[in-house]
Design a binder for this molecule. Structure first.
Ligand code: NI
Length: 210
Protein backbone atom coordinates (compact mmCIF):
# COMPACT_ATOMS: atom_id res chain seq x y z
CA UNK A 1 0.00 0.00 0.00
CA UNK A 2 1.13 3.53 -0.65
CA UNK A 3 -0.06 7.04 -0.09
CA UNK A 4 -0.48 8.77 -3.45
CA UNK A 5 -0.12 12.43 -4.29
CA UNK A 6 -3.50 14.20 -4.35
CA UNK A 7 -3.99 16.38 -7.41
CA UNK A 8 -5.15 19.91 -6.68
CA UNK A 9 -7.54 22.30 -8.37
CA UNK A 10 -6.07 23.57 -11.64
CA UNK A 11 -4.67 20.14 -12.55
CA UNK A 12 -6.33 19.25 -15.85
CA UNK A 13 -6.65 15.59 -14.91
CA UNK A 14 -9.45 16.58 -12.51
CA UNK A 15 -11.48 17.69 -15.53
CA UNK A 16 -11.14 14.50 -17.57
CA UNK A 17 -14.13 12.22 -18.07
CA UNK A 18 -12.94 8.91 -16.64
CA UNK A 19 -13.13 5.62 -18.53
CA UNK A 20 -14.88 2.57 -17.08
CA UNK A 21 -12.74 -0.20 -15.58
CA UNK A 22 -12.89 -3.10 -18.09
CA UNK A 23 -11.26 -5.78 -15.98
CA UNK A 24 -11.14 -5.96 -12.21
CA UNK A 25 -7.78 -7.51 -11.37
CA UNK A 26 -5.13 -7.34 -8.63
CA UNK A 27 -3.88 -4.04 -10.04
CA UNK A 28 -7.32 -2.50 -9.50
CA UNK A 29 -7.52 -3.97 -5.99
CA UNK A 30 -4.11 -2.54 -5.11
CA UNK A 31 -5.21 0.82 -6.47
CA UNK A 32 -8.32 0.69 -4.26
CA UNK A 33 -6.12 -0.02 -1.20
CA UNK A 34 -3.88 2.93 -2.07
CA UNK A 35 -6.94 5.12 -2.48
CA UNK A 36 -8.25 4.19 0.97
CA UNK A 37 -4.82 4.80 2.51
CA UNK A 38 -4.47 8.16 0.75
CA UNK A 39 -7.99 9.18 1.80
CA UNK A 40 -7.40 8.27 5.47
CA UNK A 41 -4.00 10.02 5.51
CA UNK A 42 -5.69 13.19 4.27
CA UNK A 43 -8.57 12.74 6.73
CA UNK A 44 -11.11 12.63 3.91
CA UNK A 45 -14.44 10.82 3.66
CA UNK A 46 -14.14 10.08 -0.05
CA UNK A 47 -11.63 9.97 -2.87
CA UNK A 48 -12.02 9.50 -6.62
CA UNK A 49 -9.34 7.96 -8.84
CA UNK A 50 -8.70 11.13 -10.90
CA UNK A 51 -7.69 12.86 -7.67
CA UNK A 52 -4.60 10.66 -7.66
CA UNK A 53 -4.12 10.96 -11.41
CA UNK A 54 -5.92 7.79 -12.54
CA UNK A 55 -8.67 8.46 -15.09
CA UNK A 56 -10.74 5.39 -14.28
CA UNK A 57 -14.19 5.15 -12.73
CA UNK A 58 -13.25 4.20 -9.17
CA UNK A 59 -14.21 5.88 -5.90
CA UNK A 60 -13.63 5.02 -2.27
CA UNK A 61 -15.83 6.27 0.55
CA UNK A 62 -15.85 6.02 4.33
CA UNK A 63 -18.32 8.27 6.11
CA UNK A 64 -16.98 7.02 9.50
CA UNK A 65 -20.49 5.91 10.36
CA UNK A 66 -20.36 2.46 8.82
CA UNK A 67 -20.66 3.57 5.21
CA UNK A 68 -17.44 2.19 3.72
CA UNK A 69 -17.35 1.31 0.02
CA UNK A 70 -15.03 0.90 -2.93
CA UNK A 71 -17.14 1.47 -6.02
CA UNK A 72 -16.04 0.57 -9.52
CA UNK A 73 -17.94 2.04 -12.48
CA UNK A 74 -20.58 3.58 -10.19
CA UNK A 75 -23.77 4.99 -11.69
CA UNK A 76 -26.48 6.96 -9.91
CA UNK A 77 -29.70 5.22 -10.94
CA UNK A 78 -32.13 7.22 -8.84
CA UNK A 79 -32.09 10.63 -7.17
CA UNK A 80 -34.87 11.99 -4.97
CA UNK A 81 -35.51 15.12 -2.98
CA UNK A 82 -33.10 17.91 -2.24
CA UNK A 83 -30.71 18.95 0.51
CA UNK A 84 -28.08 21.62 1.00
CA UNK A 85 -24.65 20.35 1.94
CA UNK A 86 -21.55 22.18 3.09
CA UNK A 87 -18.78 20.47 1.15
CA UNK A 88 -15.04 20.50 0.96
CA UNK A 89 -12.70 18.60 -1.34
CA UNK A 90 -9.18 17.23 -0.89
CA UNK A 91 -8.38 18.72 -4.31
CA UNK A 92 -9.57 22.16 -3.25
CA UNK A 93 -7.92 22.75 0.10
CA UNK A 94 -8.90 25.67 2.26
CA UNK A 95 -12.49 26.13 1.17
CA UNK A 96 -15.96 24.89 1.78
CA UNK A 97 -19.11 25.68 -0.13
CA UNK A 98 -22.82 25.06 -0.07
CA UNK A 99 -24.15 22.76 -2.77
CA UNK A 100 -27.65 21.51 -3.57
CA UNK A 101 -27.72 17.71 -3.73
CA UNK A 102 -30.42 15.04 -3.84
CA UNK A 103 -31.60 13.91 -0.39
CA UNK A 104 -31.55 10.28 -1.45
CA UNK A 105 -29.75 8.34 -4.19
CA UNK A 106 -29.51 4.80 -5.48
CA UNK A 107 -26.19 3.68 -6.93
CA UNK A 108 -25.13 0.65 -8.94
CA UNK A 109 -21.49 -0.35 -9.13
CA UNK A 110 -19.09 -3.26 -8.95
CA UNK A 111 -17.10 -4.06 -5.84
CA UNK A 112 -13.36 -4.92 -5.93
CA UNK A 113 -14.25 -8.61 -6.35
CA UNK A 114 -16.34 -7.84 -9.42
CA UNK A 115 -19.68 -8.42 -7.69
CA UNK A 116 -22.60 -6.20 -8.56
CA UNK A 117 -23.43 -3.75 -5.80
CA UNK A 118 -26.70 -1.90 -5.38
CA UNK A 119 -26.98 0.60 -2.61
CA UNK A 120 -29.32 3.29 -1.42
CA UNK A 121 -28.16 6.21 0.66
CA UNK A 122 -29.53 9.41 2.07
CA UNK A 123 -28.37 12.56 3.86
CA UNK A 124 -24.59 12.77 4.33
CA UNK A 125 -23.74 9.52 2.56
CA UNK A 126 -25.84 10.58 -0.45
CA UNK A 127 -23.83 13.80 -0.59
CA UNK A 128 -20.50 11.95 -0.51
CA UNK A 129 -21.65 9.57 -3.25
CA UNK A 130 -22.77 12.45 -5.49
CA UNK A 131 -19.56 14.42 -4.84
CA UNK A 132 -17.26 11.48 -5.60
CA UNK A 133 -19.20 10.24 -8.63
CA UNK A 134 -19.14 13.82 -10.02
CA UNK A 135 -15.32 13.64 -9.92
CA UNK A 136 -15.49 10.80 -12.46
CA UNK A 137 -17.12 13.19 -14.95
CA UNK A 138 -14.57 15.92 -14.27
CA UNK A 139 -17.01 17.88 -12.12
CA UNK A 140 -15.85 19.60 -8.92
CA UNK A 141 -18.26 20.68 -6.19
CA UNK A 142 -17.28 24.31 -6.77
CA UNK A 143 -18.97 24.09 -10.18
CA UNK A 144 -22.26 23.62 -8.33
CA UNK A 145 -21.81 26.03 -5.44
CA UNK A 146 -24.92 28.10 -4.90
CA UNK A 147 -23.71 30.23 -2.02
CA UNK A 148 -20.24 31.66 -1.60
CA UNK A 149 -17.18 29.79 -0.43
CA UNK A 150 -16.37 30.05 3.24
CA UNK A 151 -12.69 30.65 4.00
CA UNK A 152 -11.84 27.71 6.20
CA UNK A 153 -9.41 29.75 8.29
CA UNK A 154 -12.46 31.19 10.06
CA UNK A 155 -13.52 27.67 11.00
CA UNK A 156 -9.98 26.92 12.11
CA UNK A 157 -9.81 30.02 14.30
CA UNK A 158 -13.11 29.17 15.93
CA UNK A 159 -11.55 25.86 16.98
CA UNK A 160 -8.61 27.72 18.54
CA UNK A 161 -5.71 26.53 16.35
CA UNK A 162 -2.96 25.36 18.67
CA UNK A 163 0.22 24.63 16.73
CA UNK A 164 1.89 27.50 14.91
CA UNK A 165 3.46 25.04 12.49
CA UNK A 166 0.11 23.64 11.52
CA UNK A 167 -1.23 27.18 11.26
CA UNK A 168 1.58 28.06 8.83
CA UNK A 169 0.87 24.96 6.77
CA UNK A 170 -2.78 25.73 6.95
CA UNK A 171 -2.33 29.27 5.65
CA UNK A 172 -0.25 27.93 2.76
CA UNK A 173 -3.03 25.54 1.81
CA UNK A 174 -5.54 28.36 2.10
CA UNK A 175 -3.48 30.53 -0.23
CA UNK A 176 -3.22 27.66 -2.67
CA UNK A 177 -7.00 27.30 -2.69
CA UNK A 178 -7.41 31.03 -3.08
CA UNK A 179 -5.01 31.20 -6.02
CA UNK A 180 -7.04 28.48 -7.71
CA UNK A 181 -10.23 30.45 -7.15
CA UNK A 182 -8.63 33.59 -8.58
CA UNK A 183 -7.87 31.67 -11.76
CA UNK A 184 -11.61 31.08 -11.95
CA UNK A 185 -12.44 34.74 -11.49
CA UNK A 186 -13.22 34.68 -7.76
CA UNK A 187 -11.14 37.02 -5.68
CA UNK A 188 -11.44 38.27 -2.13
CA UNK A 189 -8.73 40.88 -1.64
CA UNK A 190 -9.33 41.00 2.11
CA UNK A 191 -8.79 37.29 2.33
CA UNK A 192 -5.35 37.44 0.69
CA UNK A 193 -4.42 40.18 3.17
CA UNK A 194 -5.68 38.12 6.11
CA UNK A 195 -3.57 35.15 4.97
CA UNK A 196 -0.48 37.37 4.70
CA UNK A 197 -0.96 38.53 8.28
CA UNK A 198 -1.27 34.94 9.52
CA UNK A 199 1.76 33.85 7.52
CA UNK A 200 3.93 36.59 9.02
CA UNK A 201 2.61 35.87 12.51
CA UNK A 202 3.23 32.14 12.24
CA UNK A 203 6.79 32.74 10.96
CA UNK A 204 7.44 35.16 13.82
CA UNK A 205 6.28 32.71 16.47
CA UNK A 206 8.17 29.81 14.85
CA UNK A 207 11.35 31.93 14.75
CA UNK A 208 11.08 32.40 18.52
CA UNK A 209 11.71 28.69 18.87
CA UNK A 210 8.31 27.22 19.44
NI1 NI B 1 -13.68 16.00 -3.97
Amino acid sequence: MAIRNIRKNGDEILRVKCKPVREINDGVRRLVEDMFETMYAADGVGLAAPQIGIVRQIVVIDDREGGKFALINPVITKAEGEQESCEGCLSLPGYRGTVKRPQKVAVEALDPDGNKLELEAESYLAVILCHEIDHLSGILYKDKVKLSYIPEVLVYMSHGGTSTNSLGAYVESMLEGHRALKENGVHFAWFTDLCRVFRVLSQFVTARGE
